[in-house]
Design a protein around this ligand. Structure first.
Ligand code: B12
Length: 133
């Protein structure tokens, strides 16, 4: 399965991005890593160009909300019905309540949302989700 990944917006935190790349490859995914500083439109273009199954966005600096709120609009312009949309990292500023954050990002159009959740736990959940689909 193909995964497009990267860090959204003007976020330059690169360490998790490298770990995500390596961990996905270890799990047998084909990875297209766009790296840091990637805009939502660039992610969408890459999903189309690579015919990806999963878009995995990482965000660490607390600005994900601003960069991702147009996802639903962008999704409506293309046929993405077989693509799984996933986001994780620090999705707000500080210790925000996941019970408020998760539904917000689901409303934006993400299938899987992980606020301050360990990477391996998130990837386990991704594999379960893909298997159930
Ligand atoms: C190193 C660092 C920097 C470096 C980055 C260098 C680089 N090129 O990577 C520098 C100094 C440049 C930096 C800058 C800034 N930083 Co900084 N930085 C850190 C720091 C100390 C470590 C980050 C790191 O690499 N951790 C190691 C990796 C492995 O862990 P991780 O990033 O947390 O990722 C794990 C999980 O989040 C998760 N994960 C990540 N993505 C995803 C995705 C999915 C799907 C899943 C399931 C899981 C997942 O998996 C990873 C492994 O478990 C953290 C504090 C901390 N202790 O975490 C702050 C931190 C991330 N930074 C922060 C901030 C605010 C900034 C600045 C805005 C500061 C400023 N005012 O300038 C700028 C932002 C610049 C920008 N444009 O993005 C805040 C974010 C606050 C928030 N969101 O609430 C933090 C948390 C510090 C803090 N406590 O305030 N930073």
């Amino acid at each position: 399965m193909k995964v497009v990944t990267g860090v959204v917006g003007n976020d330059i935190h690169v360490v998790a991005n490298r770990l995500i790349d390596i961990s996905l490859e270890e799990r047998g995914f084909e990875v297209f890593n766009l790296g840091v500083n990637t805009y939502l439109e660039e992610f969408m273009d890459a999903v189309i160009e690579t015919d990806a199954d999963v878009l995995l966005i990482s965000s660490l600096n607390g600005e994900a909300e601003g960069w991702c709120r147009d996802l639903q609009i962008l999704k409506s312009q293309y046929d993405f019905k077989d693509v799984t949309f996933m986001i994780g990292g620090n999705l707000g500023v500080g210790e925000m309540n996941p019970e408020l954050l998760v539904p917000k990002f689901q409303k934006y159009g993400f299938d899987l949302v992980f606020h301050q959740v360990d990477l391996n736990e998130g990837l386990d959940r991704l594999e379960e989700f893909l298997e159930a689909r």
